[in-house]
Design a protein around this ligand. Structure first.
Ligand SMILES: *Cc1c(COP(=O)(O)O)cnc(C)c1O
Length: 232
């Protein structure tokens, strides 16, 4: 029999728990990546206790947020969802991101950070941001180059409406040591910038490699298909 959404979610949580135990790590945050999946599935998981959800496409995400608001109005027990933007950011989309999300994983250049900072409504509190690193120096990949990281960090930390929390990567291929190298960068930045008191998040690992990512220091795994099933 095919497993249900809640069963797959429970299994993923157990796998994360086991990976944490195996590598003597504290808890790791599960970000449920719900791109292309309907509002009803998100609401079902939120009701069961899943807090963090990640979306890649702005228009789709905003439509679902509106639908979910209506759905949860009739389900009082649902916890508030914490929304993470994990897609590529175009310059003309920063306002909607700043106004609708709690976290952004894909900041890769100053112009984007600057606009998010200017456009974040004060009433929402600081926007949590991660810098996406192109850890394998791939031409085709998003993310700032490791060599550009220090200057970008120094700029972002001066922005009052952003809370710089850490790094995010999408590694190029299995078997590379991208996780180790990113963890090393993460620790180096922490040592060089003790004033970054909330530098605590390393976003790496997806359905296919979350265990390895956790073993190498991930604090947040972004899991889509293992929970929601394959995307079309
Ligand atoms: C789609 C996506 C994921 C989830 O990928 P799965 O392999 O389905 O777990 C994670 N991170 C980013 C940036 C994504 O775009």
């Amino acid at each position: 029999m095919e497993s249900t959404l809640l069963q797959r979610w429970q299994e993923v949580k157990q796998q994360i728990q086991k990976a944490c135990t195996d590598s003597e790590r504290d808890s790791v945050t599960l970000l449920a990546v719900s791109k292309t999946k309907p509002a009803e599935m998100i609401t079902e998981l939120a009701q069961a206790g899943q807090v963090h959800f990640g979306e890649n496409y702005l228009q789709e995400a905003m439509e679902k947020m509106a639908e979910i608001k209506e759905l949860v109005a009739s389900i009082p027990a649902t916890k508030d969802i914490v929304w993470h933007y994990i897609g590529h950011i175009q310059r003309n989309k920063t306002r909607d991101i700043a106004e609708n999300f709690d976290w952004v994983h894909t900041v890769e250049r100053d112009i984007i950070a600057k606009r998010l900072n200017e456009q974040r409504p004060q009433a929402l509190g600081k926007l949590n941001v991660l810098v996406q690193v192109n850890i394998d120096n791939e031409d085709s990949k998003s993310g700032c180059l490791p060599s550009e990281l220090e200057s970008l960090i120094t700029t972002i930390k001066s922005y009052d409406n952003l809370n710089l929390r850490g790094l995010m990567i999408i590694p190029s291929k299995e078997g590379s040591d991208a996780f180790e190298r990113t963890k090393k960068l993460f620790d180096e930045i922490q040592q060089a910038h003790p004033e970054l008191t909330q530098w605590d998040t390393l976003s790496m690992g997806m359905s296919g490699d979350m265990q390895q990512a956790i073993a190498h220091g991930s604090t947040m795994v972004r899991v889509g298909s293992a929970i929601f099933g394959a995307r079309d």
